[in-house]
Design a protein. Structure first.
Length: 364
């Protein structure tokens, strides 16, 4: 398989179109056309990880965090980022980062936390906006079913847990082809008035190219009339964080001990206890202070994240228990998630789970 084929598999799991604007995802180092000999899955791409890839004969590193956030003006080995890139290039190692595309995936980082904590009834905490598009097109009635079938086959008409959703209505269209036209109905230079059907359906924004190709390939007209608009509706299956429930409520002390054990963390920084049972749990892997108010608004009893600052803990205001479990700790199981997915998809070469602990923080 080539690097680009592995990328296609990863995008089926977490499309890069849903990564945050500030992020730097995708193939950061390497060549999409290169043949893959092995894949090393890691949370961070450090020098030791590149050395591990070389040792294990893996020429593609699939990393959660991107090694490159900003452009490099020099490549002299002056810092760890430059040294990683240099070592990767010298040894023909390709580096792909998925980061916030996986954060925003319904089965991604936060789903993994929910699974680890054995939470149920999960849903997105902050649904991403402007991810749903709507197609409206017009066609003769005899072509409608063929067009719908083609659009459905590439993901059109999927709304949450429902597929092949569409709406059709009847109308009348007019058109007149010029001297260069080749009309399917009528003759050039003559105004035609014909009954047509309106087809409407929504689709996920990352599918737009496929939708258009399917439409143009299946439509009988040489000039296809269509409209694509971006909807304000939020997508309940794409977004940051998750909110779910414990199967049975716990008191705060018991829950904090449970959280510490399940997430394998040595330290939990938390806000003042609110003296109420913990049932509804909000989670957001990585830096999550921006979602505190969303967790409160949705009635969470506890919000689990990381990188909370001193004043962030005041914002709990006795409404919620804030629990900072550490950045690395909140995302540590992400590489297992990616490894499991790729192992199921690829059987003809090794997908290796990195054994390097990339946590930059030590505890005394």
């Amino acid at each position: 398989m080539k690097v680009k084929e592995i990328i296609t598999l990863l995008e089926e799991f977490a499309p890069l179109a849903y990564a945050e604007d500030f992020d730097n995802t995708g193939l950061l180092v390497g060549d999409q056309e290169a043949k893959v000999t092995g894949i090393l899955v890691t949370l961070d791409t450090l020098e030791a990880v590149v050395e591990e890839a070389i040792e294990k004969k893996c020429n593609l590193i699939v990393s959660f965090h991107p090694i490159l956030f900003k452009g490099l003006k020099k490549l002299t080995g002056a810092n760890y980022v430059q040294r990683v890139v240099q070592k990767a290039i010298k040894n023909d190692i390709h580096i792909f980062a998925i980061h916030t595309a996986l954060d925003n995936s319904f089965e991604g980082v936060n789903a993994q936390i929910c699974s680890t904590l054995e939470l149920v009834h999960k849903k997105i905490l902050i649904p991403q906006k402007q991810t749903i598009k709507k197609l409206i097109t017009y066609a003769p009635s005899q072509a409608v079913e063929n067009i719908k079938k083609a659009l459905f086959s590439v993901g059109g008409g999927t709304i949450g847990n429902y597929q092949e959703c569409s709406f059709t209505s009847q109308g009348t269209s007019t058109f007149k082809g010029n001297e260069h036209s080749n009309p399917v109905i009528g003759s050039k230079g003559v105004t035609q008035t014909v009954p047509e059907m309106i087809i409407a359906m929504t689709f996920a924004k990352h599918l737009e190219k496929r939708i258009l190709n399917a439409l143009l390939d299946s439509h009988p007209y040489e000039e296809v009339a269509y409209e694509i608009t971006t909807l304000e509706n939020t997508n309940q299956h794409i977004g940051m964080g998750m909110i779910a429930e414990l199967q049975n409520p716990m008191d705060e002390d018991a829950f904090l001990m449970y959280l510490k054990e399940k997430m394998n963390t040595k330290c939990i920084r938390h806000s003042k206890k609110i003296d109420k049972p913990i049932k509804k749990v909000a989670v957001l892997g990585g830096s999550g202070s921006f979602a505190i108010n969303d967790a409160i608004a949705q009635g969470a009893d506890v919000y689990i994240s990381s990188d909370l600052k001193y004043h962030d803990f005041y914002t709990a205001e006795n409404k919620i228990l804030l629990a900072d479990i550490g950045h690395y700790e909140s995302e540590q199981y992400t590489k297992e998630l990616l490894h499991t997915y790729l192992t199921k998809k690829i059987t003809n070469f090794a997908v290796v789970l990195s054994q390097i602990n990339t946590n930059p923080i030590s505890y005394f």
